[in-house]
Design a protein around this ligand. Structure first.
Ligand code: AMP
Ligand code: ZN
Ligand code: ZN
Length: 401
């Protein structure tokens, strides 16, 4: 009996440090506000994001090319540039299967074969870390046969309101410790919608930016009211910026391209052209003389764009100048994105608060591929090899663990 008691006591002693460690567990909530340009807080009233900057870290983050929604959310999730993560644009020609992938077409969007690399939720779960996810690109798709531990399906009704998304995240964080996700990813489709419709500089977009800021205030307050609130890192960021477009700044592709030259023309900003055998030079030579666009043979694309190795990219790529469109059907909206990450209008807001981040710190800036190594650090997991560099984001952290 005495032996039993002493064994039990020894076991208890062994377990104690473990449970003590567990109570100091850190959590991370990362939010994407689609199309939140880095300078909206200087253009509009954003008291909650300003408070986050004051109490935590602020930075201007570069998107990856092209500055569009699907490529960049999946880049943030995987740490791989679109050229390496498979989602090279919101839509593209799948040359292998002779089929069009489009984010708006659920049959192709939900096909895991398109999604390369490993999203952070899989890396985390392989290492025993639970995750929760609302509408982040890829999270409702069976990539490598798995989903985040908790997730919501984009195409399923009811489609959650912004408030319901916040409440669902909080419900997950209130689960018993063993079931609680240590990483929660939340997606909101504004201010992108308004930025397209009304342009980035408009009272309507200002009002939506203000609303999103208020929601971030609500989220933060709810996180802070959790018993372990001070151990929850909150990151608010975005996929790309937004720039004014105009019917005056359109290059009509039909004026230059002959249908018999092209196998397929796809994607806007940039446009991928799959040329028919023998016509590559005809296409290239005619477009080379056109103003307001850059045209490259796939292998000539400037290295800083990290674009051109995927077989989903055409053998000729056409990129319009900032605010211009190369198209057959010009957009009727006032704002667009998809341009070079080096254009300030395409860059995004980054805010991060709580225990692992510095206080009142303005970072030099980094690229969205760096978020995957950042999250891996915050979750204390071993990252996969990616295009990201922890060294570039390290300066945002108060390294004390
Ligand atoms: P963009 O054309 O690049 O402005 O795309 C923005 C749009 O992407 C949003 O308005 C949503 O309709 C769509 N979207 C964002 N996330 C998802 C998702 N997880 N699943 C399906 N569609 C999405
Ligand atoms: Zn977007
Ligand atoms: Zn958009």
């Amino acid at each position: 009996m005495r032996k039993l008691i002493s064994t039990a006591f020894a076991l208890l002693l062994l377990l104690l440090p473990l449970s003590a460690q567990k109570t100091a567990q850190h959590y991370t909530v990362i939010v994407s506000l689609d199309g939140f340009r880095w300078d909206y807080p200087t253009m509009y009233e954003t008291p909650n994001l300003d408070r986050m900057a004051h109490e935590g870290v602020k930075a201007v983050m570069l998107p990856s090319y092209p500055a569009s929604t699907f490529p960049n959310h999946y880049t943030i999730a995987t740490g791989l540039v679109p050229d390496h993560n498979g989602i090279i644009n919101n839509s593209f020609w799948d040359v292998k299967n002779k089929r069009q992938y489009s984010m708006g077409d659920s049959a192709t969007r939900n096909n895991p074969d398109y999604y390369l690399g490993e999203p952070i939720w899989i890396t985390a779960q392989k290492q025993g870390v639970k995750t929760g996810n609302i509408y982040w690109v890829g999270s409702d798709i069976a990539i490598k046969g798995t989903y985040p531990t908790y997730h919501k399906v984009w195409a399923e009704k009811p489609f959650l309101t912004f408030e319901q998304r916040i409440d669902s995240a909080i419900v997950w964080l209130q689960k018993p410790e063993e079931e609680r996700p240590r990483l929660v990813m939340l997606y909101f489709e504004e201010p992108d919608g308004s930025g397209h419709h009304n342009g980035p500089r408009s009272p309507e977009t200002g009002a939506v930016v203000h609303r999103m800021d208020s929601l971030m205030g609500v989220l933060r307050a709810k996180i802070e009211s959790l018993p372990f609130g001070e151990n929850v890192n909150l990151i608010v960021t975005s996929d790309h910026g937004m720039v004014e477009i105009s019917p005056e700044r359109v290059v009509n592709m039909n004026r230059y391209l002959k249908p018999e030259w092209c196998e397929m023309i796809d994607g806007r900003t940039p446009t991928s052209i799959f040329s028919k055998a023998g016509y590559r030079d005809s296409i290239y030579n005619v477009l080379k003389k056109v103003e307001h666009i850059s045209v490259w043979k796939k292998e000539e694309i400037p290295a800083e764009l990290n674009y051109g190795s995927s077989d989903r990219i055409g053998d000729i790529v056409v990129a319009p100048e900032l605010g211009w469109q190369f198209t057959d059907v010009a957009r009727s909206t006032k704002g667009a994105h998809g341009y070079f990450p080096q254009s300030p209008e395409m860059q995004v807001m980054f805010r991060a608060v709580e225990s692992d981040f510095k206080k009142g710190y303005t970072a030099k800036g980094f690229v969205n591929v760096d978020i995957y190594p950042l999250l891996s650090y915050l979750l204390q997991i071993v990252p996969e090899k990616t295009d990201g560099q922890f060294e570039r984001v390290k300066e945002t952290l108060e390294i004390k663990r």
